[in-house]
Design a protein around this ligand. Structure first.
Ligand code: NAD
Length: 287
């Protein structure tokens, strides 16, 4: 039985934010990986709504990509879909070729694609370890490297943005919270933290900004089991001081801000959008 340290007392009821983005990304070109579901989908739509042209990267598609293209065009922005496995170098290069052919350049990369292959540590196969590292870490390296090449080649276009380019890495609270049974995933996100910070440090003089978002528990297919039943949700809420599960739009709102000049002096940092999950909620009553 899980002890809920946040019993329902006189706390206010959770409310979902309703945020309208103005066209703060007008004229910018964005590439979002793993964008046909969950967080990536919400980010791609929000960037499009904020005025950016968007390449929607996907590996599998059930018609969602076409619907997303329609929605983004409805906002007055351009969009294309491109199928590529971000862990495969030739496919990443082909994706960038398509990006440049369609949009001419890139201003915003959202390194979002990610997977889990959970297992008790002593039963974890090399294939489970490698699959997660390949997509979550190597995929982010390959996509970031190609974006940085173009940012440096083109430089700052002041009428578009103060920065030569922005990279947003989708990390996780598990870049700092260890996660038993998910050693491959936590290791990949710890790696993403140093990947992000080291690129940020090296590329800052070129006016390239690199940051991460560290989502907590967001209601998407990747963590279906954690919220699908009332019991699971109740147990999950013991880890979330803000007392609601996150929604993909919570992360999209942060991504739009990080991609915009509103965050021009922000680089090399992780913004945790986690309802306080990283605040050690177990200590909230004194430990
Ligand atoms: P999701 O499963 O809906 O999204 C992951 C996406 O990545 C899918 O669209 C999938 O098709 C795509 N993908 C998988 N392998 C790929 C590959 N090789 N190449 C290109 N795309 C690939 O789950 P999500 O929750 O939206 O996850 C998005 C990101 O957010 C992931 O990096 C995940 O680790 C991170 N994250 C999610 C949560 C959460 O609670 N949902 C929390 C922390 C971090």
């Amino acid at each position: 039985m899980v002890r809920n340290i946040y019993p329902k007392k006189n706390y206010p009821k959770p409310c979902m934010p309703k945020v309208e983005h103005s066209k703060i990304l007008k004229g910018q070109k964005a590439l979002v990986t793993g964008a046909s579901s969950g967080i990536g989908k919400a980010v791609a739509l929000a960037l499009g709504k904020a005025g950016a042209s968007v390449l929607i990267n996907y590996v599998t598609d059930d018609g969602t990509v076409e619907e997303m293209i329609k929605e983004i065009k409805g906002y007055g922005s351009q969009a294309i879909g491109f199928q590529a496995d971000v862990s495969k170098e030739p496919q990443v290069l082909a994706m960038y070729e398509a990006m440049f052919k369609k949009f001419g350049t890139i201003d915003i990369l959202v390194n979002n694609a990610g997977i889990q292959r959970d297992s008790p540590f002593d039963q974890m196969t090399l294939a489970q370890w490698q699959a997660v590292i390949d997509v979550n870490l190597t995929g982010q390296f390959l996509c970031a490297r190609e974006a940085v090449k173009e940012f440096k080649r083109r430089g700052v276009v002041e009428s578009v943005s103060c920065a030569a380019g922005k990279i947003i890495c989708m990390s996780s609270v598990h870049e700092v919270i260890p996660w038993g049974g998910h050693v491959n995933y936590a290791s990949s996100k710890g790696g993403v933290m140093q990947l992000m910070k080291s690129i940020a440090q090296e590329m800052a003089p070129f006016r390239i900004r690199v940051n991460s978002i560290g989502p907590g528990a967001i209601k998407t297919p990747i963590n279906h089991d954690a919220w699908a039943t009332p019991e699971a949700l109740k147990s999950l809420l013991t880890l979330i001081p803000y007392q609601r599960i996150g929604i993909p739009e919570d992360i999209a709102n942060v991504a739009v801000w990080l991609a915009s000049d509103y965050s021009d002096y922000v680089t090399g940092t992780t913004i945790f959008a986690d309802g306080g999950m990283t605040l050690y909620p177990g200590f909230s009553t004194g430990g």
